[in-house]
Design a protein around this ligand. Structure first.
Ligand code: EPZ
Length: 429
């Protein structure tokens, strides 16, 4: 199993190209199942989760042609996928494929909407909480589907097609909103989703669906209206930049000090996080190529942060912020409100010498003067990258194990960081 070795202490200086967003690319690829014509997606990141979804779509009979620049080809553009679901040969998504990645469960929506049936394995347990799918199933039932659980599979059917409905989510859910939105595009009549998630990835998917011929308005607000159409067609769409990758590198520079241009980043996608970094002592400047993050040698200020749905501070940056605050000059508090068990990084950060205590959903972080490198590992993607951030500022060597978590969501992590002066290398095997 690959490991990543980091020797901390260097400042980061240079340019990092921000990749396409994983959490937009996955639902965009899934939306290809809604049409028998070709969907072309540009700026798709090369990630393990993207490759896994390619396998899952392939199992349904989808053809995917991969084009675009290869990694290391100078200016980095991501890959282009030509996705054609002309013939769906199988409406079952099996356990072996779905259990490794939760977002693959979302294929249930387009399969049901286009084919009138879907049989999808319940997603596997996840290291950040129980993550149920009850709200996704509620939305499909509102749209007229009958839904049963049979031997670990959700069996959904709507032989006469889905029909528009009022769907009110009792809590904000990104997955529920994606599923309701995709399913409603091909339903008869109008669907109104209230208390919808406002995440930029929802807007990106809605934009793409509209290019495919859907009639979606209000995406990015809590009320989305979808007029159903009988058929969707092909389209070409560019995946928006990854706001979590942007925030992660912004925190890495704030941690080490230095001056890094985040090429292609869009500040409006992560304003809450940029505001917190400014409070912590970073200088954030927006220019026409992206975002420039600088920090001189001054001390880091502690912050108090509570995660929240967009436009609040994202749960997917919580672990990275905690790593940063381990070196603050004072005590910080971070409250996690989205997932009940997303503190797996706390015990690993302690290996560096961090002082963190947990009380329910709030972590109290007392900044320390120095971190020391250590062997560490984490059980989810964002927690893993928080360990990389700590390692970049720690004295001596850190070995990050279980690197496959990082490969799920961070494209060319070592290359991007070493290009800015970090001592970081992958050790294979
Ligand atoms: C998406 O997960 C992201 N994944 C997550 O990113 C992200 O952390 C999360 O949204 C919140 O922003 C993708 O986009 C692929 P939710 P999702 O449905 O859609 C509860 C990463 O690291 N809930 O908004 O699964 C749920 O348990 C990942 O890239 C129900 O109770 O999140 C959670 O407490 C991790 N019933 C809350 O809602 C349901 O049926 C929000 O979940 C569905 C969700």
């Amino acid at each position: 199993m690959d490991r990543i070795r980091i020797v901390g202490g260097n400042r980061l200086n240079g340019t990092i190209a921000i990749s396409g967003a994983k959490n937009a690319a996955l639902p965009l690829m899934t939306a290809s199942l809604l049409t028998d014509q070709t969907l072309i997606l540009d700026n798709v990141p090369r990630l393990a989760d993207v490759a896994q979804l390619q396998r899952i779509l392939g199992n349904h009979g989808v053809d995917i042609m991969v084009g675009g620049k290869r990694s290391g080809d100078g200016e980095y553009q991501g890959q282009t996928l030509h996705i054609s679901a002309a013939d769906i040969i199988d409406t079952t998504a099996p356990y072996a494929l779905v259990s490794t990645m939760r977002a693959s469960f979302w294929v249930i929506a387009p399969l049901l909407a286009r084919m009138g049936e879907a049989r999808v394995s319940l997603p596997g347990g996840c290291a950040i909480g129980t993550r149920p799918v009850d709200l996704l199933l509620m939305a499909l039932e509102k749209l007229g589907a009958s839904v049963e659980i049979d031997a670990g599979y959700v069996v959904a059917s709507a032989p006469g097609g889905l029909r528009g409905a009022a769907i009110e989510f009792p809590k904000v859910t990104v997955s529920g909103t994606h599923v309701a939105l995709m399913a409603a595009t091909l339903a008869r009549g109008t669907t109104v989703i209230t208390n919808a998630a406002c995440e930029p990835e929802i807007v990106d998917v809605a934009d793409c669906l509209n290019k495919m011929g859907a009639k979606v308005s209000g995406a990015g607000t809590p009320r989305i209206v979808i007029e159903g159409v009988t058929k969707l067609g092909g389209a070409r769409h560019t995946v928006l930049p990854d706001r979590i990758e942007t925030g992660t590198y912004a925190m890495a520079v704030t941690m080490t000090g230095g001056d890094v241009q985040l090429e292609g980043a869009r500040p409006e996608l992560l304003q809450a996080a940029l505001d917190i970094l400014t409070q912590a002592g970073a200088e954030i400047a927006v220019n026409n190529r992206g975002i420039r993050v600088t920090r001189n040698g001054a001390a880091l200020n502690p912050v108090d942060v509570t995660t929240a749905p967009f436009p609040g501070f994202p749960t997917d940056l919580q672990a990275q912020l905690m790593a940063l605050m381990t070196r603050a000059d004072g005590t910080s508090h971070i409250t996690e409100t989205i997932f009940e068990n997303r503190f797996m990084h706390v015990q690993e950060l302690a290996r560096f010498g961090a002082h963190i205590s947990l009380d329910g959903e709030t972590a109290t972080i007392e900044g320390v003067e120095r971190l020391r490198g250590a062997p560490v590992m984490a059980t989810d993607l964002r927690a893993s990258v928080s360990l990389v951030i700590a390692a970049l500022a720690a004295e001596g060597e850190t070995m990050v194990n279980r690197v496959y978590h990082l490969d799920r969501g961070f494209e060319r992590l070592e290359a991007k960081l070493s290009g800015c002066g970090a001592v970081i290398e992958r050790i294979s095997g």
